[in-house]
Design a protein around this ligand. Structure first.
Ligand code: GAL
Length: 676
């Protein structure tokens, strides 16, 4: 793969010149140079401007844009515009519009209205992709192909008849025979047996709960159906523009996109790129940002990744478009870089005057260049350029969290024991508890090899866990790892059927216990947990009646439905241990359990650091370290460099030599290069 045009940390954004008079374009390029822009994403929504009627192409304007950018030394991430087919296409092919579960068809006039099973859409997407690749496949400005835009949002699954036929083909592939499908879906329950493939439909609106295994397969199918379309475009680009890497911008973060299995998709792109939008009103939104970045890095495996979109200030689609405070944009951007991103890019270059997103911030705001946002953009461009030495270095993680989109899809279906127990909430809370201990976290798939490289692996409610996952986690603990499993994990197999025997079937042996009964709590009810020499803990939403068979109780319930029984346990296993937390603990509770488990795992904690002073380290192939300190607080913080990779170094953003303790002003970021 020719990554040679991705040879700098990337800085730039989505550039939509077709929204502006051509006279402005040279001014854009001039400003891009002033800001240190290295790359822009072009053409994402340009299908109508490039193919005004079927088979007629108007490439002249794009030729001029790419040439102008090239002359300005700016690289191009060129999009296939297949996220918004033109109006003429839908007029000819209304069947390519997606239909929702209720049977209502979404209309043209917004974006992303696509039935991924539509032949007409697939043919049209191939036509425009081919035309673009033939024309620009060896353009000297081209650094990266950008397929489509954010598969999965705003809508992924389509419930039309073409999708139904596609679903049946996918099911035949997965299950082989109808008997196997009937068995996997448990169709003996409620008399749902299928005698012919043609009887099977998408899980459309049903009077009451639809078959959960059918719904889970449907979620898998929807992710795979879009992936087929991505692959088709990618393969064409590889063929016609050999060597140029191909990406599609992900939205890796359960807060942003819930329908794509990014473990599967991460393997299909040449470069993982991600979009992240801050939940502006959230108190500590930098924690969610860190989680998204850590998840993206993990999805990229051992390859680099790039933040392709975030915002300079407000977004326009949240209830209140809260502007970022001075310094916040840089903290956000550099937090992604700390966690592995090879640069920081934005939506979008110049704020649009018209359309749905005119109140979304941009690198060039409506206020123009005499503005705080522009000045901070220019400063950030210089900061990113100053970080050039760290290109290719890798973020070092202290612990791992197990995450699986399939398990999340399964758990959030209806009629689970408690509506209040939410996989995403648990993953975010456990992640936040690790963040509060200043630990950097990788995410791993439950069946992923190589868990042993992490001294601590946390499993927040992993409702669906295959026998292979259980085996993987058992091997990890036996081999010397410290495994911490949270409530309602290991309950069902890949078909959403309860594992045979008492809960938690997939994890009984590793945890050394059984769960005799779930004890969901009433709304607002809390229970208390106590243990000899241990702090008292509080939980809400969920408790369990646990019976140990090898595990040692550390905390027990002092009240509530499981009073007197074990609540938090530790099972010594081989060289390691498996902890179990049977209740939904609050923030303090998670912190207390993790503090004890990190000691078990031999992880030294840095308790000299205040909360919300974020410290992350990247290490290069030559052993050089890059220590990021992001101070999200309103007070100056100091960090002991010796305890974090080396007492001496150069602070890259200020150029200062530093030694001993590093002072980081309130709201600021510092990046210390620590030579090996
Ligand atoms: C992203 C999308 C961009 C823009 C941005 C800001 O999800 O890819 O095109 O819409 O959000 O809202």
């Amino acid at each position: 793969m020719r990554m040679d045009r991705l040879d700098r940390l990337a800085f730039g954004g989505d550039y939509n010149p077709e929204q502006w008079p051509e006279e402005l374009w040279p001014e854009d390029v001039k400003l891009m140079r002033e800001a240190g822009v290295t790359m822009v994403s072009v053409g994402i929504f340009s299908w109508a401007a490039l193919e005004p009627s079927e088979g007629t192409f108007t490439f002249g304007w794009l030729d001029r844009v790419l040439d102008l950018l090239h002359e300005g030394g700016i690289r191009v991430d060129l999009a296939t515009p297949t996220v918004v087919p033109p109006a003429w296409f839908y007029r000819a092919h209304p069947e390519a519009l997606p239909t929702n579960r209720e049977g209502v068809r979404w209309e043209f006039g917004s974006r992303g209205a696509i039935c991924h099973s539509s032949d007409a859409y697939q043919r049209a997407a191939v036509r425009i992709t081919r035309a673009l690749a033939e024309r620009y496949g060896d353009h000297p400005a081209l650094a990266l192909w950008h397929v489509h835009n954010e598969y999965g949002v705003p809508v992924l699954a389509c419930y039309c008849d073409a999708s139904a036929a596609h679903f049946r083909r996918w099911l035949a592939d997965r299950h082989g025979t109808l008997d196997a499908l009937n068995s996997a879906w448990g169709t003996a329950f409620w008399g749902q047996r299928y005698g012919d493939w043609e009887e099977i439909q998408p899980p459309r609106l049903t009077p009451t709960v639809a078959n959960p295994a059918q719904r889970l397969d449907w979620a898998r199918f929807a992710s795979d159906a879009a992936l087929e379309n991505f692959r088709r475009e990618r393969d064409l680009l590889h063929e016609l523009s050999p060597g140029t890497p191909v990406t599609t911008n992900f939205m890796v973060s359960p807060t942003q996109c819930d329908s794509i299995d990014y473990w599967a998709w991460g393997r299909e792109v040449d470069l993982v790129t991600n979009d992240h939008y801050l939940v502006a009103e959230e108190d500590r939104n930098h924690v969610n940002l860190a989680m998204a970045a850590d998840m993206t890095r993990s999805v990229a495996g051992d390859k680099p990744w790039l933040l392709l979109e975030h915002s300079t200030s407000a977004v326009n689609w949240q209830p209140r478009g809260i502007a970022k405070r001075p310094g916040e944009m840089a903290r956000n951007s550099l937090a992604h870089v700390a966690r592995g991103s090879e640069g920081a890019m934005f939506f979008q270059w110049r704020a649009s005057r018209a359309g749905a997103e005119k109140f979304h911030s941009a690198m060039v705001p409506h206020a123009g260049t005499d503005s705080r946002v522009w000045r901070e953009v220019v400063q950030l461009g210089a900061d990113i350029a100053a970080l050039a030495p760290l290109r290719g270095s890798r973020t070092v993680a202290d612990a791992a969290v197990v995450w699986d989109w399939e398990s999340w899809w399964a758990q959030r279906l209806e009629w689970r024991p408690s509506d209040d127990l939410d996989t995403r909430e648990r993953a975010e809370s456990w992640y936040a508890a690790l963040y509060d201990l200043h630990l950097t976290t990788d995410f791993v798939h439950p069946e992923a090899p190589g868990l042993a490289r992490h001294p601590l692996v946390v499993v927040p409610s992993l409702y669906l866990a295959t026998a292979a996952a259980g085996e993987n986690l058992r091997r990890y603990a036996e081999g010397g790892g410290t495994l911490v499993v949270s409530c309602f994990s290991g309950i069902v197999d890949a078909d959403d059927a309860v594992h045979p025997g008492p809960h938690p079937g997939a994890l009984r042996d590793v945890l050394g216990l059984t769960v005799e009964e779930f004890q969901p709590l009433r709304a607002g009810e809390t229970v208390r947990l106590a243990g000899t020499g241990r702090p008292e803990l509080t939980a809400d939403v969920w408790a369990e009646t646990v019976v140990t068979s090898g595990a040692e109780p550390l905390w027990h319930y002092t009240d509530g439905p499981a009073a007197g029984g074990p609540a938090v346990t530790r099972h010594a296993l081989g060289e390691g241990a498996a902890w179990y937390v049977s209740a939904r603990l609050d923030r303090e509770g998670l912190g207390a359990v993790l503090t004890a488990a990190t000691a078990d795992a031999g992880i030294g904690l840095h308790d000299d650091l205040p909360t919300d002073v974020e410290v992350v380290r990247r290490v290069g192939a030559n052993g050089d370290g890059y220590l990021f300190v992001l101070n999200h607080t309103a007070a100056e913080a100091t960090v002991d460099l010796a305890a974090r990779g080396g007492a001496h170094g150069t602070e890259l953003l200020t150029g200062a030599r530093v030694t001993g303790r590093l002072a980081v002003p309130a709201g600021a970021v510092r990046v210390v290069h620590q030579p090996e």
